[in-house]
Design a protein around this ligand. Structure first.
Ligand SMILES: [Zn+2]
Length: 457
């Protein structure tokens, strides 16, 4: 979830025939063969469409992509995909997204993400298309609405947790609630989607240490101390208080309790001072669930090279986020200028909105998203991969992952407009020379390693 009221809804799928969009479509079709190499697969039988696609692919894909064409006919059981086939590499990998805000749509709009939902960036069908095995759902409490602590904040978090648990309980053929690395591997083997949870901001722990264990027992496996607003015990990168606020004594005890229980500590959104206090306090690997590099896009939500080195030194992972404002330098300034232009439209939409919870914010965001798509230049997917490259150059392949922030962002890179587009990321990585082993680490292997480390008592 990004900044004040920045929540995405209506997804505008780009229809241009630019290169990224072209790769996107090809990859998406290939991923209808979402048959895990491990077994349990069902092949699409749309051979006619795929033969057409094969010819398009051979004509248009970069040369090292041409082998993807072999996916266009269902493989015999003993036939192994070529090592350089990005679609095959993608579906063999256990893919984990560390951050999406889809729960807001479930609790406030009644979205049933077991089905394809218009206007969200993540649901079960799109996860299947995108070859995503596991999703960490953000349990996000908007402090301006529900309080920085107290009963309402607790209730808002609990409501979201209940929604994710209900999703897995009602659709056990599709979803499984996961809390460990082993759970994720098992789900991937069984062809199920793993649902996990992380708290985005510690408002709902209500300044009580015992709440950390309560959320752990409810299934929450990471927490970022702050979202865009500082709390009494931790500073945020999003407000002036965060400029001088780190962890206080209680905040340090919270981190210690997370370490003890085996809950990952997330540094996305925290202030720099809080970041360094976490580094000093945590005895386990730390993670950034959805942050990029300040060396490329110099915004407070991204990490400096020094911070990326510290995450790596802890054994942790920086998971790159797809929000254009954190991907592309200067994008936020253009967005801010446009925001001033469209402010009357946005306010009007909020006034007219009916419904509970975040309904007003969602209505405002829908206008923002429509206007951003129409009036701001699209950021290419390749720019996201530039951040991955930077992290890899800085600290190696072991410390980078993916945290899309889908359904928490009002604009997406071209070629990454929903989770269904995730194979495009693998295409671009392999185009740049990343091997299958590298891709497996980036898509989820590194996160599994951190989870196992943090789970160890
Ligand atoms: Zn966020």
């Amino acid at each position: 979830m990004e900044q004040l009221g920045q929540n995405a809804s209506v997804k505008t799928i780009t229809t241009t025939l630019q290169r990224d969009a072209f790769i996107h479509r090809n990859a998406q079709r290939f991923m209808t063969f979402r048959a895990k190499a491990r077994g349990a697969a069902t092949y699409s039988k749309r051979v006619g469409a795929l033969l057409l696609l094969l010819s398009l692919t051979v004509c248009n894909m970069p040369e090292n992509r041409s082998k993807t064409g072999e996916s266009a006919t269902p493989r015999a059981a003993n036939e192994q995909p070529a090592a350089s086939d990005p679609a095959a590499v993608h579906r063999r990998a256990v893919a984990i997204d560390m951050h999406a805000d889809t729960v807001q749509f479930i609790v406030d709009e009644g979205a049933d993400i077991n089905l394809r939902v218009a206007g969200v960036q993540l649901d079960a069908p799109r996860m299947r298309e995108g070859g995503l095995d596991a999703q960490f759902f953000s349990i996000w409490v908007e402090p301006q609405v529900y309080g920085f602590k107290g009963e309402r904040a607790v209730a808002r978090a609990d409501e979201q947790i209940a929604a994710i648990r209900a999703l897995a309980e009602r659709h056990p053929e599709t979803w499984t609630l996961a809390t460990t690395a082993a759970d994720i591997r098992r789900a991937a083997d069984e062809g199920k989607l793993a649902a996990l949870m992380g708290l985005e901001g510690g408002y709902a722990i209500d300044e009580k240490l015992e709440s950390v264990e309560r959320y752990y027992r409810a299934g929450v496996r990471y927490m970022s101390p702050a979202w865009s607003y500082s709390l009494s015990w931790a500073g945020s990168s999003g407000d002036p208080a965060g400029e001088t606020r780190g962890l206080n004594e209680f905040g340090r005890r919270v981190v210690g309790e997370m370490n003890r229980l085996g809950m990952m500590v997330d540094v996305s959104h925290v202030s720099d001072k809080t970041f360094w206090d976490i580094v000093e306090t945590s005895t386990k690997p730390i993670i950034a669930t959805h942050s990029n590099c300040r060396a490329i896009a110099n915004v407070a939500r991204n990490l400096t090279d020094e911070q990326i080195r510290a995450v790596a030194k802890s054994g942790g992972v920086v998971c790159v986020v797809f929000y254009p404002g954190f991907v592309e330098p200067g994008w936020n300034e253009k967005k801010d200028a446009l925001d001033r232009d469209i402010a009357p439209l946005v306010q009007e939409a909020g006034r007219k909105a009916v419904g509970r919870g975040s309904a007003r914010r969602i209505a405002r965001d829908r206008v923002r998203e429509r206007e951003y798509a129409a009036r701001l230049a699209h950021v290419p997917l390749a720019r996201v991969v530039d951040h991955i490259d930077h992290i890899v150059r800085l600290v190696g392949i072991e410390h980078v992952g993916v945290g899309s922030d889908f359904d928490g962002i009002q604009a997406t890179p071209r070629g990454l407009s929903s989770v269904a587009d995730l194979p495009n990321l693998t295409l671009e990585l392999m185009r740049r020379g990343y091997t299958e082993e590298d891709v497996v680490k980036i898509l989820g292997g590194n996160v599994l390693r951190v989870m196992e480390e943090v789970e160890r008592k």
